[in-house]
Design a protein around this ligand. Structure first.
Ligand code: SAM
Length: 259
């Protein structure tokens, strides 16, 4: 059963880290005049409302993107801020883009977008928010296995599970290994939570063993609520585009000094 709903968490500090790196990666990838595919295994609904009851209930966006904007954490020309401006211009001032809409911001004619979302209501909202994307109402891991290597062959896969299924931690290194073998030029990014009990660490150790050249970007921040186990955000990126290492270093310093 799927109970996780990203509307409660959209625009929090973990999203800020994940979406800043995603936007920077797509900005680099789309500088080259060659078509690309963007794939996502766990898409969510694509568009969130920061004035929604869900967002106001947790206050996570207020402590995340809202605070970051008030305090000028990212420059106005940062790829994420440019995507955010464009989404607000179309969807209103309380709009916050999920990763699919951020990817859509960078899409050019000839590029492809494949999105998987299993939850029926989230999938229906995603279809309404991104009618131009190729949507897969199925398990995202199966979608990626079926679509990779995609056409166009250049591109990026984002894996952003809610980690409700504890076996995800054990299964992800094998899954990434398989996709990397099928799609040797693909940029493969995995988001993961940094947890007080270190549950994520064996997964990261296995990924680093298999892909020693991959980029690992981790930032830490105070727990959203007392007793909450997530105290940071991580992105593992295989075949990271040139320049993303510098963006990761900037984000690490930013979160260290300001979060
Ligand atoms: N990537 C989104 C973003 O950054 O805007 C957030 C995605 S949210 C963390 C995870 C989503 O995965 C939820 O909407 C959930 O319904 C969906 N989901 C959970 N298990 C799935 C699976 N096996 N395949 C596809 N979607 C799944």
């Amino acid at each position: 059963m799927l109970s996780y709903q990203h509307a409660y968490h959209a625009g929090n500090l973990a999203d800020l880290h994940k979406h800043a790196l995603l936007a920077a990666a797509l900005d680099y990838l789309t500088r080259k005049d060659k078509p690309l595919s963007y794939l996502e295994t766990h898409a969510g609904r694509g568009l969130y409302r920061l004035n929604s009851a869900e967002s106001r209930k947790t206050g996570e966006a207020a402590a995340g993107i809202a605070r970051a904007e008030d305090e000028g954490w990212l420059p106005a020309d940062h790829p994420l801020m440019r995507a955010l401006d464009a989404v607000r211009a179309t969807h209103g001032t309380d709009a916050y883009p999920g990763s699919p809409l951020i990817a859509a911001h960078f899409q050019r004619p000839g590029d492809a977008i494949h999105l998987a979302e299993l939850h029926p209501a989230e999938h229906a909202a995603l279809a309404a928010n991104l009618p131009f994307a190729t949507l897969h109402h199925q398990d995202g891991f199966q979608m990626a296995q079926a679509v990779c290597p995609p056409t166009p062959r250049r591109g990026m896969l984002l894996i952003d599970p809610s980690f409700e299924i504890k076996a995800d931690y054990a299964n992800l290194p094998r899954f990434i290994e398989k996709i990397a073998r099928k799609w040797n030029v693909g940029v493969i990014a995995l988001w993961y939570p940094i947890l007080t009990d270190g549950r994520h660490q064996p997964m990261i150790a296995a990924l680093q063993d298999a892909h020693p050249d991959a980029l690992l970007s981790e930032v830490t921040f105070p727990a959203a609520r007392p007793g909450h186990s997530m105290i940071g955000s991580g992105m593992f990126i295989h075949n990271a585009p040139w320049g993303l290492q510098d963006e990761a270093a900037r984000l690490q310093a930013l979160f260290r000094d300001r979060a």
